[in-house]
Design a protein around this ligand. Sequence first.
Ligand code: TYD
Length: 213
Amino acid sequence: MPKQHRGVFVTFEGTEGAGKSTLMKAVADVLIARRVTSKSIVITREPGGSRVAELIRNIILNEPMDPWTELFLYEASRAEHMAETVLPALREGKTVLCDRFTDSSLAYQSHARGLPWKEVSALNNTATQGVAPDLTVLIDVDPAEGLKRAKEQNRFEAEGVKFQTKVRQGFLKARRANPNKWITIKAYSASPEEMAYKVVLEIERRLGKRKIG
Ligand code: TYD
């Protein structure tokens, strides 16, 4: 999909307890307040974000499994989410804010679980049909503080600070590989509204003259 003909795609990444969902809601509010887009804003997530993808999510988050099986399920969820939710919204010129995306597979499945980076990248590319975010927001939190703040414990959060530290390093590696795609926000460094304002200014700056619906 040529970039100039589509809506805006922003993904949010971070380790557990970074405050992604609060920031995403605040970003949507600021986008509306600043009239950045006249079309609707879609807030979605991975794994999940469509009917079948949510069913896959339920399996991934609750059943222990082989790391390769897990990767394929994340990618299956992603393929379905792209086909059913993200791509149709972008084609209609909508703004899509997505809680986790391909960089989570690089950070968790590759860097933290040890699967080969190149293969995870290749599968990401297949599952997304080659469509990449316009901007990825890394909400960077100290892993120990994040775990303290995370309210719900899923089976990943139970793995503790050491695992989250590896995941954080994975995100930093993904950022080094493609620095222009990222903006980094220090978690809890300001109010959600102030952090959201920073993200929206960056969206506006990057899109420049590109027409947003
Ligand atoms: P969730 O409860 O949504 O966590 P969070 O609020 O931190 O986003 O669970 C999603 C989990 O899935 C989270 O631990 C990260 C993991 N994940 C991967 O390991 N790989 C991926 O590609 C994606 C999208 C998520």
